[in-house]
Write a protein that binds this ligand. Structure first.
Ligand code: PEP
Ligand code: MN
Length: 676
């Protein structure tokens, strides 16, 4: 190694030492503050103070020439950890804690347990057990203090074994953790995908990645005990052609290489874990709580309904109801209920007193802080607010226009089918109804890592949550740039992930839908494909929201009929995007039909957004059209941006540069606030 490299690395080591020293110092002060927060009058979490800290470090970072987005995201983690530590101190003792989980190190259970227990002020030891029952038994015989087990998955549903174990012994739920599962394909070295011949994982993980695995026809699939064991086997075999589906943490723990991220059929995959102990835990009333109950009802008509009514009457919101057969009494059932609110709350106390009158037996499994209750509240960070428009309320009282053909060509998309506006959730942000005005932005095409990174930075900086970028480009001329394809998609995915943005990207061919859906958060159907019915059906079979652009020559009802194709396949999450239509006018690239917005909002419950970029064709006209879109009641806009518009490989003339975008985003945010 050259001397200069060695000396620079030594400098880095010294800097790291100082950083860790500062973090330890910070942690000491956090702990002192935790002592003051024993006073129940003080809030555990102070949103205004957190925003102040973030703004200050962001300014300091900029002044030192650092990427302020990077520093802010580091600080979000630091603040989140501080709040969790302070909350844990309020109700936790200093004794060592032993946590039992099922599996081996770096399994999803282990990772989730570490994230749940790491803020505790005491030493925590994690022990892996072969089975769920063994982990529970360890708690019963006091070998461990807490068992940490998965109880439900957002794709595969309840984990019934955990429910059945809960009815055993006198155990208590003391916490929950919702953990995002991100399956990756791991291998010993960065070999091309085609060289992998055997892939092992837990049977559930393999099932959740079935469409990716089907795309590797020459590969042998092997079921292993759990995902992390599969990763370990790859290492032990030393076989370069062997792979495992497991988490990124497993890759880090076993020294494996991530060949491909996010290989699951569905992107949003969460597992909820529960912490189970011998004794209940004291509640801190400053945190939002949840309570879990186990009840049996008399074997008579309406018994369960009366129990549920008791909760509803007292305004207690049920979050989960699961029934399991009773082991003792054939054809009798145990009902597991989760509801919002803690036992320390008056309305919960009243509801449970009422419930007891109607149930045969009620056992309180536990009352505990809701998962995420201790993390930064995302809702506090919303920047774009949309004025309430009259369209949605008017439409409910006015008769449909006689010219409308809505009844025959579309039903699911129609207002008659659903009076309420549809609100679509995309990775924690919302579009539609009365939710804040959304700004989607990004380049026409993904061109390079630098270009997409600059755009992602600008979007995140402006408070945006959705990054657009075309990888498969529908170009009028076959000689024009056609997009970077799947390489571009990987770039887009990795960049969006780093900036915590969701991805909107176009899919051109039905055969590509599954592969694009694995990396995107919203699938875009371009104007030229609005009536490509095979493509509409294919995206209708996915679980992702679809952004459906209006065809160049399509009437509003033809457009809604196209939305119906997607919805009829079972996917009701369609966002309509007006992007200009062809008229005799040639001054603009297309004619932006803003009247489509109120018409659509009358005829349909679906969210409507506007793309002023493709309509205008010139960047000078994008801002006024975006303002107009907001004024007529659109739920958002989608805007093309580029760090160097004059060098863009597609649609440069209509792309805003990053400063222009910043100004527009800022204006949309501040003007909207004024209108509220
Ligand atoms: C795009 O959004 O990049 C695009 C190709 O738009 P349209 O389909 O509206 O032309
Ligand atoms: Mn474009």
């Amino acid at each position: 190694m050259s001397n200069s490299l060695q000396s620079l690395r030594k400098q880095l080591d010294d800097v790291d030492q100082r950083l860790i020293k500062s973090l330890a110092e910070r942690q000491r002060v956090v702990t002192e503050i935790a002592g003051l927060k024993a006073n129940p009058e003080l809030p555990l979490k102070d949103g205004a103070r957190e925003r102040e800290v973030l703004a200050r470090v962001s300014r300091l970072a900029s002044a030192r020439g650092l990427d302020n987005y990077f520093v802010e995201s580091l600080y979000r983690r630091i603040l989140e950890h501080s709040v969790r530590c302070q909350a844990a101190r309020q109700t936790d003792s200093n004794r060592e804690l032993v946590v039992a989980y099922q599996g081996v190190e770096a399994s999803y259970s282990h990772t989730a347990a570490r994230s749940h227990f790491s803020p505790l002020p005491r030493e925590v030891h994690f022990h892996g057990y072969r089975s769920f029952a063994a982990a529970i038994d360890a708690v019963i015989v006091s070998e461990a203090d807490v068992a940490f087990l998965p109880i439900e998955n957002s794709l595969t549903g309840s984990i019934t074994e955990t429910y059945d174990l809960l009815s055993r012994g006198n155990l208590h739920l003391i916490g929950e953790e919702v953990h995002r599962v991100e399956h990756c394909l791991l291998a010993l070295t960065p070999v091309p995908l085609g060289l992998i011949r055997r892939i092992g994982s837990h049977s559930q993980a393999l099932a959740q990645c079935s469409s990716f695995l089907e795309s590797l026809p020459d590969c042998h699939i092997e079921i292993e005990e759990d995902t992390a064991s599969a990763a370990r086997l790859v290492v032990e075999s030393g076989d370069l052609s062997r792979g495992a589906i497991a988490s990124e943490e497993a890759a880090a723990r076993y020294g494996l290489h991530v060949l491909k991220r996010n290989v699951a059929n569905q992107k949003a995959n969460y597992t909820r874990f529960v912490a189970i102990a011998r004794e209940p835990k004291q509640a801190d009333p400053r945190l939002p709580h949840k309570t879990s109950l186990l009840l049996t009802t008399a074997h008579e008509k309406g018994a369960l309904a009366r129990c549920l009514d008791a909760l509803a009457e007292h305004g207690v919101n049920l979050t989960k109801l699961e029934s399991r057969p009773s082991a003792q009494r054939p054809w009798q059932y145990l009902f597991y209920l989760d509801h919002e609110g803690g036992l320390h709350e008056k309305h919960v106390e009243l509801a449970l007193a009422e419930l007891r009158k109607h149930a045969e037996a009620v056992r309180i499994l536990g009352t505990y802080p809701r998962s995420g209750a201790r993390s930064t509240d995302e809702k506090e960070r919303i920047t774009f607010l949309r004025p309430k428009t009259v369209a949605s309320t008017e439409s409910k009282t006015q008769p449909a226009t006689p010219a409308s053909t809505q009844s025959r060509s579309y039903r699911l998309a129609s207002r008659a089918q659903r009076a309420e506006d549809t609100v679509i959730e995309i990775d924690g942000s919302h579009i539609g109804g009365d939710t804040p005005f959304v700004v989607i932005a990004g380049p026409c095409s993904v061109e390079s890592r630098e270009q997409i990174t600059s755009c992602a930075h600008a979007v995140a900086d402006a408070g945006g949550k959705l990054l657009r970028g075309g990888c498969f480009k529908p170009r009028t001329s076959t000689y024009d740039f056609q997009g970077l394809g799947f390489d571009g998609l990987t770039m887009l995915h990795e960049t969006a992930r780093a900036y915590r943005l969701a991805i909107v990207t176009e899919v051109l061919h039905p055969a590509d839908v599954d592969a694009v859906a694995r990396e995107a958060d919203v699938l875009q159907i371009g104007a030229r494909n609005m009536q490509n019915f095979a493509l509409l059906k294919a995206v209708g079979k996915t679980q992702l929201p679809v952004l459906l652009k209006r065809g160049l020559m399509a009437s509003i009802d033809e457009w809604l009929a196209a939305a119906e194709y997607i919805m009829a396949e079972g996917n009701s999450r369609v966002i309509l995007c007006e992007r200009g239509i062809r008229t005799f006018e040639t001054a603009t690239r297309n004619t932006l039909d803003l009247s489509a917005v109120p018409v659509l909002r009358e005829r349909s419950h679906l969210p409507v957004i506007v793309d002023p970029s493709h309509a205008a064709g010139r960047r000078e006209w994008v801002a006024p059209l975006a303002r107009a879109a907001r004024a007529v009641g659109a739920h958002g806009v989608m805007i093309e941006i580029h760090p160097k518009p004059d060098q863009a490989l597609s649609d440069g003339a209509q792309s805003l540069d990053l400063d222009q975008f910043k100004a527009l985003a800022h204006e949309l945010a501040s003007r909207a606030r004024g209108h509220r």
